[in-house]
Design a protein around this ligand. Sequence first.
Ligand code: NAP
Length: 291
Amino acid sequence: MELIDGNKIAAGIVAELKAAVAALPARKPCIALVRVGEDPASVSYVKRKEQTAAEIGITSRVILPPVAISQAELFALIDQLNADSAIDGILVQSPLPAHLDETAVFRRITPHKDVDGLGTINLGKIAQDDDSGFVGCTPAGIMELLARSGVRLAGRHVVVIGRSLLVGKPVALLAMQKKSWANATVTVCHSQTTGLPALTRQADVLIAAIGRAEFVTADMVKPGAVVIDVGVNRVADASRKNGYRLVGDVHFASVAPLAGKITPVPGGVGPMTVAMLMKNTLKAYRQQHPA
Ligand code: NAP
């Protein structure tokens, strides 16, 4: 079994981006990070994005609207950021409070600043095999992890568990793109799938994006398969200072010994997500400032 080290691969991407940003003339790329409310996970995600941006030399503008902000007010804020020529990328941290329509907010971001890739145009470009848009940071991170770990997808069977717009659906579309680095045969499973273990056992590459702690067990995995664990789940652990530990959607202890390659949680897909956001921000900057 080979461990796919997301921290190491993400650090390599951050170093590449740092060198690329240092070589840019005039003003550096700038990302607006919008966080509504105090969801603890969102607070730490935005902080990490801010820190990574600073490390690379990307300017970040953190905007913290009041939790009671109305849909109309949030739209007005996004319109303002859309029109601001000093800002190249806009990220609205999910989840938003329940009174806000998240999909409508993502759609409001102008496509050429939609560095989180969750708007209609950028999601549609994935379906059209069009590389000019922004691929969501988690699916892009998964594809990059696979590529940089030497996993070829062409002709192989990729099974994705999960069909969310954030992860499952876009990563399935990416893996089946008619491109030399994709060209996989893809099966997408979800909560209504029957006979899930029989399907997952066929996977050469198994991608778990479910949100259920240690759901994928050894009997669901073909020996030698590449296993990508997207899940981030908190489970109670009294021995820890914070009272919990993070586990993935894969039961690592039983699956790792039989997998060909596997990502750990934490330290697998997670670090890639932030690195890909920064990569998208540099791409947005370059598109808006052609050399
Ligand atoms: P989500 O929107 O809740 O989607 C979960 C998917 O799993 C749904 O499609 C659901 O099916 C499916 N599912 C649920 N129970 C199932 C079951 N028993 N059998 C088969 N499929 C089942 O979650 P998400 O946003 O895609 O996130 C998935 C996980 O990845 C979460 O743990 C999240 O925290 C993590 N995540 C990590 C990162 C990172 O950077 N590491 C980024 C994003 C997400 P239905 O569609 O039928 O409901």
